[in-house]
Design a protein around this ligand. Structure first.
Ligand code: NAP
Length: 290
């Protein structure tokens, strides 16, 4: 085999990495597009993470996804970080550039917005966000990406609701107001008050996920036309989405965010923008349910 015929290689690094759906996702696209490439899951501990990135890059890998617990460490491990990843405080995608330079970015916010745009009701997600207030439940890593993306997309007001208020305050401080959104902090008992006049409700907590507690929230204050999305995708229809749909609110599930956030990395490593098809969603869901 000549160097030219060698497969393009990429990988997800985590600790562990075996649970990651990324190999299945990228593998599906590689097969569909007939690309000579491989995508592996590599388990590596925190002390060896930065060195492993360099070793793999030197061995010819085109890039990486980064999953728990390395997303924050990846900020310092790469040579260059884009502004969005700095703002969020985490890197989830790395491209190996010229001379082995590692370029870090965060595509979760992109995935979140692209997923909203494909809402089944065909609503104008941009208008919904710009017509805010929008409500984000949670202040963890995923919520930071979501809030930054909503600010970028023109939300006038973002209400961040979190059990640990200090974390929501830190999020508002770190992410806030770059594009002008007013970020308000609400305590967990205030979550139903935060719904008044909202155009969008996002669950970015772990609540409602399989094997986690249910998200307990009464939606009476939420306008009937507000869009509701849950970034939890196991189960696909979370109790929040079921309750929202039951009272007539349009909804978007979280699987599309997972798939969309993977597309920029795939394009950078393998040279094509992959499609999101029903077959892909079914394939990923089958694995997610295991
Ligand atoms: P994380 O950093 O651990 O944050 C967890 C969040 O959930 C925090 O806000 C936490 O509140 C809140 N929470 C946990 N238990 C709670 C409880 N009993 N009551 C109230 N709030 C509670 O996790 P993450 O990385 O942000 O991920 C959050 C969820 O998003 C996960 O289910 C993850 O799978 C999903 N996710 C989906 C995508 C996608 O592509 N669809 C991408 C990323 C993440 P405290 O701050 O008070 O602890």
């Amino acid at each position: 085999m000549t160097v030219k015929d060698e497969p393009a290689r990429a990988a997800v690094l985590g600790w562990p990495a075996s649970h990651s759906l990324s190999p299945r996702l990228h593998g599906y696209w590689l097969r569909e597009l007939g690309i000579n490439g491989t995508y592996r899951a590599i388990t590596v501990g925190p002390e060896k993470f930065a060195g492993k990135l360099r070793t793999l890059a030197a061995a010819g890998y085109r890039g990486f996804n980064v999953t728990l617990p390395h997303k924050e460490a990846a900020l310092a491990a790469v040579d260059e970080v884009d502004a969005e990843a700095v703002r969020i405080g985490a890197v989830n995608t790395i491209v190996v550039g010229q001379n082995g330079r590692l370029l870090g970015s965060n595509t979760d916010g992109y995935g979140f917005i692209e997923n909203l745009k494909t809402n089944p009701a065909g609503l104008d997600a941009g208008a919904i966000i710009a017509g805010g207030p929008v409500v984000v439940l949670g202040a963890g890593g995923a919520a930071r990406s979501v809030v930054a993306a909503l600010d970028n997309a023109g939300a006038p007001e973002i209400r961040v609701v979190n059990r640990t208020v200090e974390k929501a305050q830190a999020l508002a401080h770190d992410i806030g107001r770059e594009k002008g959104a007013a970020i308000g902090v609400f305590s967990w008992p205030e979550r139903e008050t935060a719904l008044i006049n909202a155009t969008l409700l996002v669950n970015a907590t772990t609540l409602g996920m399989a094997n986690k507690p249910v998200l307990e929230i009464v939606l009476d204050n939420l306008p009937a036309d507000a869009l509701v999305t849950d970034i939890v995708y196991t189960p696909l229809v979370t109790p929040l989405l079921a309750a929202a749909a039951g009272r007539g609110n349009p909804t978007v599930d979280g699987l599309g965010m997972l798939i969309h956030q993977a597309r920029p990395g795939f394009n950078a490593w393998f040279g094509a923008w992959p499609e999101i098809t029903p077959g892909l969603r079914e394939n990923i869901l089958a694995a997610a349910a295991c």
